[in-house]
Every structure is written in structure tokens, then in C-alpha cells.
Design a protein around this ligand. Structure first.
Ligand code: FA5
Length: 338
């Protein structure tokens, strides 16, 4: 067998199928070299040694050249494929759109800015809290309807003597810890997600953004509450809104108030406006003396107000949206219109 002949044939190989034929011819089962090796058995011992060495050298050389060729062809094929697969990943600057915050995040951030400007501390707390923090620490007895399974999302109990954990239903849940952390006088806001097992509709979500404001000091009165709430609402809402304040009962506060709002809904297609129904915007009140005692604050010395606003309802009023589900359903037509 002529090694030079084999090598020049290998040199002419340009693709995988020719390479395969070459392999079958020289190196496969029925290889030419095999024939040469089979002749060794008839040779004398001395000739055997020489022939074996010569054929082994040919075999090694051919195998080495073959492997090199195989690698070359693979790289060549990959490069050809890459040329065909070219994708233009450069972005057309004219098509690039500037991002903006989701309207809920924007409203929450604006609320936080206003709160800092009024010298309120911002503390987000935890989304998973104990049953005590969520209910008893704010004077909600465990027999209260709000503690029932259909309102509260409980975490699975690990053992019978284990304190139940819940997804917080309101941010009032970590006030007991905030008091321990910052003590009084206290001006604090707690923004963040809350969870309730509510049926979803235009004003209810199962997970919603909420912000709680709390102010405790000497001689804090309803007049302070009115002043803060009207400053806050006029800073965050730039549209005409009809508000109504009315007394209500919430165990955390005494007296308690509710503020409802009626606002202008804008039709995104026609830009026509219509009046919304009256919606509950926030609950508030003067912190109940029992709650202050529970927090080791002397109700004879200190008083305070607290209020909790659903940020999605506030954002709906702010931007004239008729249904809070638009904020989270990912509809690009809605997102792009802001
Ligand atoms: C509370 O959670 C009280 N912690 C509020 C409070 C704070 C009272 C301080 C007194 C003192 P309420 O359950 O009403 O109250 O919820 C407060 C606000 O959260 C509502 O006014 C509403 O704006 C919003 N909200 C309540 N449930 C939902 C829901 N499922 N989806 C969206 N927003 C909601």
C-alpha cells in the first residue's frame, strides 16, 4: 500500500461524505491496510518485525492525518452554517421604546417620596407574619370574621403547638414590631403587598399593594389626621375627586373613619370621561388605647392616628382607570398608553 497515494487522496477530501468513503477504503473493516497486515503471517520472523513496524507506522500516520482532516471539516461546516445563520441583533433605535414603572410601582414610589418629605420613616416589614401580629396586636380578636379562612391566607401548620403564620392581610401587622424598633414619637409608613382571599373584581385583588401611615406623639388629634390626609391626597392626586369621610368601626382604632371617593374614569379610546361609582379608598382612625397598651405605650401620655390605603385604588383614581386588574394583567395596549 502506498502511503503517499493515500495521503494525497486524503488531501482532496472536502466534505464529510468523502471523508467517510476514505475511511472505509483505508481504515475501515475492509481496509486496504488489513490486506497488508494479513500478509505478515506468511513472512519469516525477521520480515515480520520489519513489516509490522512499517505497517504500524503507516497506520498511525494515516489515522493521525485522518483525525486532523475530520477536525478541519467539522470547523469548516460549522463556519459555513454560521454564515447562513447570521442574525442581526442590532436594535433599531427608532423602534426602541423607553420603559416606565408600572403605575402601581410609580404611585407607591411617589407616596414614599411624599412620606419622606413629611419626615416619615419607611419600613416595608415582612409579608409573612404571625397570627398574633396580624390580628391580636391590633385589637382584632381571633373570633373576628377577618380571621376566617375565606379572608386570610394561612400557611400550613407544622405542629399543633406552633404559632400559625399568615400572609399579612394588612400592614398594620408589623406596627407592634415597628414600635419596638423605633419607639415613640413615631412617624412611619409601611408600603408593600398584602394578601386576601377575596373574589377578584374591579376594586379587589388577591394580592394588592397597600400603604399604612402611623403617627404617635403627645397630643396627636383628629385635626392632625385631617391635615396630613388632605395634604397627602392633594399631592398624589392631581385630578378632581369627590371625597366623603364617614365614621366606621375598626377594632384597631377609636373613633374610626372611612374615606370614599368618586372620580373621573377616562375611556382610553375616545378620551371621554364618566363618573365612577363611589369606592372605599381608605380606613383610618385614632389608635385605640388598648392597642397602645398592647405596644407598651402609655395612652395617657401619647395618642396617634393610623390609616391604610389600597394603592391600586389610589392609582385608579389618580390615572382615571375603571378597573384595578388593568395594572397587573400585562395588557400591552394598556401599558403603552402611559
Ligand atoms: C384595613 O386593612 C385596616 N388595616 C386599615 C386601617 C389602618 C384602619 C389603620 C384603621 C387604621 P381595609 O380592610 O378596609 O382596612 O383595607 C384597607 C384598604 O385596602 C381599603 O380601603 C382598600 O383601599 C384596600 N383594599 C382592601 N382589600 C383590597 C383588595 N382585595 N384589593 C385591593 N385593595 C384592597
Amino acid at each position: 500500500m502506498d502511503l503517499q497515494q493515500a495521503l494525497s487522496e486524503l488531501n482532496l477530501v472536502k466534505d464529510k461524505s468523502n471523508l467517510e468513503s476514505f475511511f472505509q477504503k483505508y481504515l475501515g473493516k475492509k481496509w486496504l491496510l488489513n490486506e497488508e497486515f494479513s500478509k505478515i503471517k506468511d513472512a519469516s520472523i525477521e520480515e515480520k518485525k520489519v513489516l509490522w513496524a512499517k505497517l504500524s507506522e503507516i497506520k498511525n500516520k494515516l489515522s493521525e492525518e485522518y483525525s486532523q482532516k475530520e477536525a478541519e471539516i467539522s470547523i469548516m461546516e460549522i463556519n459555513e452554517q454560521l454564515k447562513k445563520d447570521i442574525v442581526d441583533i442590532s436594535v433599531n433605535p427608532k423602534k426602541y421604546e423607553w420603559w416606565h414603572f408600572n403605575l402601581l410601582a410609580k404611585t407607591r414610589r411617589d407616596l414614599e417620596k411624599i412620606a419622606s418629605n413629611m419626615w416619615f420613616i419607611i419600613d416595608y416589614g415582612h409579608e409573612v407574619v404571625t397570627k398574633y401580629e396580624n390580628f391580636a396586636s391590633v385589637n382584632i380578636p381571633l373570633s373576628h370574621p377577618a380571621t376566617e379562612m375565606h379572608d386570610t391566607i394561612y400557611l400550613q401548620e407544622q405542629s399543633p403547638d406552633w404559632e400559625n403564620f399568615v400572609f399579612r392581610t394588612h400592614n398594620s401587622a408589623h406596627q407592634v414590631q415597628d414600635i419596638q424598633k423605633y419607639w415613640v414619637p413615631l412617624k412611619l409608613v409601611s408600603p408593600g403587598r398584602c394578601y386576601r382571599f377575596d373574589d377578584m373584581d374591579a376594586t379587589h385583588d388577591v394580592m394588592f399593594q397597600y400603604i399604612e401611615w402611623i403617627y404617635i406623639d403627645k397630643n396627636v388629634s383628629i385635626a392632625h389626621f385631617k391635615n396630613y390626609i388632605s395634604t397627602l391626597l392633594s399631592a398624589i392626586i392631581w385630578r378632581t375627586v369627590e371625597t366623603r369621610i364617614r365614621p366606621c368601626h375598626f377594632p384597631f382604632v377609636e373613633p374610626g373613619f372611612e374615606i370614599d371617593a368618586r372620580y373621573e374614569i377616562i375611556d382610553p379610546k375616545t378620551w371621554e370621561t364618566s363618573k365612577s361609582k363611589r369606592i372605599e379608598l381608605l380606613w383610618a382612625g385614632m389608635i385605640h388605647p388598648n392597642v397602645l397598651k398592647e405596644w407598651w405605650v402609655d395612652p395617657e401620655q401619647r395618642s396617634g392616628f393610623a390609616f391604610g390605603i389600597g394603592i391600586s385604588r389610589l392609582a385608579a383614581i389618580r390615572y382615571g382607570i375603571k378597573d384595578i386588574r388593568y395594572f397587573t394583567n400585562g395588557d400591552l395596549r394598556f401599558i403603552k398608553s402611559f
